[in-house]
Design a protein around this ligand. Structure first.
Ligand code: 2PG
Ligand code: MG
Length: 422
């Protein structure tokens, strides 16, 4: 497909920080995408280029925008690329670094995602169908959503805290039913919080979940289970956590609230929570470079629950290979901006599949109304998404896109009510 031209602009994300909007123009029209941005960023992620000057407190992305408008534009405008991989490889070659520090992963991803949309239009198919074709996935699938209803840690202005407390409506026959159950439970939880603590406790964190004055993890989980019961769903909804533990790891110790844990003690603490609250998934239970801690955790809980690597893996097949060898976890958190191109994101999902891992396609805490990852999760057919609470438009944009896709899928490939491995 011939790219006529590309360009980019600086726009704002859900936290009011600048981000990259990019556009690819082809014979079929103009196709654009916006790039998300994390707060609890893993240190091994591809580089997000920020201007570090006086504008927006140093958070401007004009350099990344200019890289699209100059270097990338020169390299791809007027050129014919036969596939997503060919375009992405050209970007990777042009950048020439391991961590995309030359062009910036944010510049590259904007063009990579826009190209996916352009290519789907060229072929006259939906973006999720194109992703399925590239990934060799015969069965596009709507995901079980992980809904972050209580926000903690960096997304809620807290320290030494578990970051995400999520509802996983697993036992439903369709995505829309699962989402409805999640949204209803979210509202029941809101009422309970209001009654217990007053309206202040129902204000929202970065990912749309509530931030109540509850410091104890067990109290939070208790309340979530009560809300599930009261909403009438009981055991049909399970619980997942993203501990984001790199944020509370220092000098070999993990601190949650006033308590300090060794990796072994933390594994025991998690095992207790799993037992008591029926948790089915824990993300970043250990810190990004604590391989020994991860191995211990995986040998303790890996047969029982999903252990998702986010900061550990950073959607990077090289880090994944180490994790597979070390038996460090059993699930991939896939974030497109951690690696910077659509092809490499799909490669990570394929490696997870070959390794009998599950994959969870994830948003960032800084998002836009772009719903690209909704198509991505359906096309990959991996069966799980992490798009935040069912609130705030940058989160809901993804859920609404999934609701639009649902009636387009063949009946037999609509929804999987279980965690898929491999
Ligand atoms: C995470 C993400 C998304 P952030 O840790 O999984 O929920 O947070 O985008 O801030 O890294
Ligand atoms: Mg995470």
């Amino acid at each position: 497909m011939l790219i006529k031209r590309v360009h980019a602009r600086q726009v704002l994300d859900s936290r009011g920080n600048p981000t990259v909007w990019a556009e690819v123009l082809t014979q079929k029209g103009a196709f654009s995408a916006m790039v998300p941005s994390g707060a609890s960023t893993g240190k091994h992620e591809a580089l997000e280029l920020r201007d570090k000057d006086s504008a927006f407190g140093g958070n401007g992305v004009q350099k990344a925008v200019s890289n699209v408008n100059n270097q990338i534009s020169k390299a791809v405008s007027g050129k014919d690329f036969s596939s997503q991989k060919e375009l992405d490889d050209a970007l990777i070659k042009l950048d020439g670094t391991k961590n995309k520090s030359n062009l910036g992963a944010n510049a590259m991803l904007g063009i990579s995602m826009s190209y996916t949309r352009a290519l789907a239009a060229e072929k006259g198919i939906a973006v999720y169908d194109l992703v399925a074709q590239i990934a060799g996935q015969k069965r596009p699938l709507l995901p079980i959503p992980q809904l972050n209803v209580l926000n903690g840690g960096k997304h809620a202005g807290k320290e030494n805290d578990i970051q995400e407390h999520m509802l996983m409506p697993m036992n439903f026959s369709s995505f829309s039913d699962a989402l409805q159950a999640g949204a209803e439970t979210y509202h029941v939880l809101k009422k309970m919080l209001k009654k217990k603590f007053g309206s202040q406790a129902t204000l929202l964190g970065d990912e749309g979940g509530f931030v109540p004055p509850m410091e104890n993890v067990e109290d939070r989980l208790e309340l979530m289970l009560l809300a599930c019961e009261e909403a009438g769903y009981g055991k049909k909804i399970s619980i997942a956590l993203d501990c984001a533990s790199s944020e509370f790891f220092e000098n070999g110790k993990y601190s949650i609230g006033a308590k300090s844990f060794s990796a072994g003690e933390l594994s025991d603490f998690y095992a207790g929570l799993v037992e008591k609250f029926g948790i089915v998934s824990i993300e970043d239970g250990m810190a990004e470079d604590d391989w020994q801690g991860w191995k211990e955790l995986n040998s303790k809980l890996g047969k029982k629950i999903q252990l998702v690597g986010d900061d550990l893996l950073v959607t990077n097949v090289e880090r994944m290979k180490t994790a597979i060898e070390e038996k460090a976890c059993n699930s991939l958190l896939l974030k497109v901006n951690q690696i910077g191109t659509v092809s490499e994101s799909i490669d990570a999902a394929l490696l997870a599949k070959r390794s009998n891992w599950s994959t969870v396609v994830s948003h960032r805490s800084g998002e836009t109304e772009d719903a690209f990852i909704a198509d991505l999760v359906v096309g990959l057919g991996c069966g799980q998404s992490k798009f935040g609470a069912p609130a705030r438009s940058e989160r809901v944009a993804k859920y609404n896109r999934l609701l639009q896709i649902e009636p387009q899928l063949a009946r037999e490939s609509v929804f999987s009510a279980r965690i898929l491995r491999g």
